[in-house]
Structure formats: C-alpha cells, structure tokens
Design a protein around this ligand. Sequence first.
Ligand code: ZN
Length: 88
Amino acid sequence: MYSDQDVRECNICQSEYVHNGDYDISVCINCRDRLLNRPISRKVTIFIITIVCLSFLMMYRLPEALKAGTEFERGINHSNVAMHKKCT
Ligand SMILES: [Zn+2]
C-alpha cells in the first residue's frame, strides 16, 4: 500500500508514511490531501468578489467612458479649428 514512500516523518502529524515525491516539505498523503482541499479564507473570498464586481462595473461603464472621451477630443478639435479660423 505504501510502496512509494520512505521513512521520513510528516511535518504536520509526525506520521512515518511520507509520500516520496519531488516536494520541498515532507508531508503524509492524508495531510497533503487535507492541505489541498483547504477552503479559501473569507478575506480572500471577499477580495475576489470585490475585484470581480468592480471589473463588471467598469466593463458596464466602458462604452459611456469611451464615448465621453471621444466627444471631449472632438470638442477640443472643433475649438482648435475655430480658433485657427478666427486668427487667420
Ligand atoms: Zn501527516
């Protein structure tokens, strides 16, 4: 059953059945599975949800912002042309 394991101790539970893989930390299979299935903390979840909501809000408002920017640049160009015609 534990043919691919050596006799090192697990760093978490001190079990002697440590998975023999290319890992930096000696951990048994049970502790490794428990660490892999560890739930995401509440702070990280709230941060991710906030970033996703802000991204959707920015994508929703992007067409309005682009249109406002192009209209602003068009207005500046018109005023520059009017100033140029006024001076000549
Ligand atoms: Zn362990």
